[in-house]
Write a protein that binds this ligand. Structure first.
Ligand SMILES: [Zn+2]
Ligand SMILES: [Zn+2]
Length: 387
């Protein structure tokens, strides 16, 4: 914008321009939310390696995880709230107002909520939203209740309920931790989808609570041929257990979570990669401190990370600060088994490349000049008459 024009424009014109630019921002943001909802509905974020639409927004738009979550949740709510959507698009409600109002509104009370929102401050609406949040879950049920019942003549068991977020996070972390450890199905070498693994994890959690007293889990020992591990091709075999596909063995061995007995063709042992040989605790602490969570752009996971060797130790890669990066279970699998590759240096620039080899580029992308010209420039009044 022209600084001299801003210095001389009348107060009323500046104020009017602010309201109009703000309204234009609301209209543009409403369009953005609509696209976010459609993008999420079709789960298109998966193709970019993201774990959720919020994680994708963090990576591509450079926003915080809190902002991304607020956008995606509000976007989903607004798809069923046409009057609130229209008020936002027309600039009659600010983002802070529409976000809080959308949390309280449903098809039955939308008109009343809108009428109230148009005269209320953002802070008032946020207080109402918080009270609503503390009382009821998204479908109107009381929070902090879990129910279950049998369905379809007793062949299925259904679980339903709500917990306050901090308690739910404990349950989610336990299920994710167990699900992350699931191995591929031996018959087809594929992972079960995450919801299936969470279901298994829930059963495992219950079984382990009810199980007999032996607390020490058996050590998982994998036998793998030395040349197969280096080539990344051959399978490994869990002692008294299933055969694992080659990439799985390399992933497990990468972080040294397992004891790999590496064997020559004649059956003699080349070496044993014990937990501890991989990454010593002092080094693991330094890598985790440097990375502060999974390094995949936009990934919000800071706990339960694996230490990935950029050059696998089986290929001669060193176990040091320069060759290790933190990745969550999802993104570690993406690298070893999902066709993604990771290049660069952990201290300078890390580039994640899609299966086709194109780099995944974090955002935000700058506004193109023609778009900017359409949105911003026509709003300010032109230079007034000279004098
Ligand atoms: Zn790895
Ligand atoms: Zn991750």
């Amino acid at each position: 914008m022209d600084a001299s024009l801003l210095a001389t424009t009348a107060a009323g014109d500046l104020a009017d321009t602010m309201t109009q630019l703000h309204g234009a921002g609301c209209a543009v943001h409403k369009a953005l939310l609509e696209i976010i909802a459609a993008f999420d509905e079709r789960r298109l974020w998966q193709a970019d390696g993201a774990t959720s639409v919020a994680a994708w927004l963090v990576a591509r738009l450079g926003v915080s995880y809190g902002t991304a979550t607020a956008w995606s949740e509000t976007a989903a709510r607004l798809t069923n709230l046409p009057a609130l959507s229209a008020a936002y698009e027309e600039g009659r409600l600010s983002w802070d107002q529409v976000r809080a109002a959308a949390e309280v509104a449903d098809a039955g009370n939308e008109a009343a909520v809108l009428a109230q929102a148009l005269g209320a401050s953002a802070a008032q609406l946020e207080r109402a939203a918080r009270r609503h949040r503390e009382r009821v879950g998204p479908s109107g049920e009381a929070i902090h209740s879990v129910r279950w019942w049998y369905e379809r003549r007793g062949v299925q068991w259904r679980l339903n309920g709500y917990l306050p977020a901090e308690q739910g996070a404990v349950v989610a972390r336990a299920l994710e931790t167990i699900a992350d450890e699931a191995s591929r199905r031996p018959e087809n070498g594929m992972y079960d989808p995450a919801p299936v693994r969470y279901a298994d994890a829930l059963v495992e959690l219950a079984e382990s609570r009810l199980a007999a007293t032996d607390p020490a889990p058996p050590t998982v020992v994998v036998h793998v041929a030395a040349d197969a591990l280096a080539a990344g091709a051959g399978p490994g075999e869990i002692e008294d257990g299933p055969v694992l596909a080659g990439p799985v063995v390399r992933r497990l061995a990468c972080d040294a979570r397992l004891e790999a007995v590496v064997e020559r063709p004649d059956g003699s042992t080349v070496g044993i990669n014990r937990a501890g040989r991989g990454v010593p605790p002092w080094l693991a602490r330094r890598v985790r401190h440097r990375d502060q969570g999974c390094r995949f752009p936009g990934c919000e996971r800071t706990r339960w990370v694996y230490l990935h060797h950029l050059v696998h130790w089986a290929d001669g890669g060193p176990t040091n600060l320069d060759n290790l990066v933190s990745l969550c279970g999802h993104h570690h699998r993406l690298i070893h088994e999902g066709g993604w590759t990771l290049a660069g240096h952990p201290d300078r620039r890390l580039t994640f490349l899609r299966p086709g080899g194109t780099p995944f580029r974090p955002g935000p992308d700058p506004l193109r000049p023609e778009v900017r010209a359409r949105l911003v420039d026509p709003v300010l009044p032109g230079p007034g008459p000279p004098g």
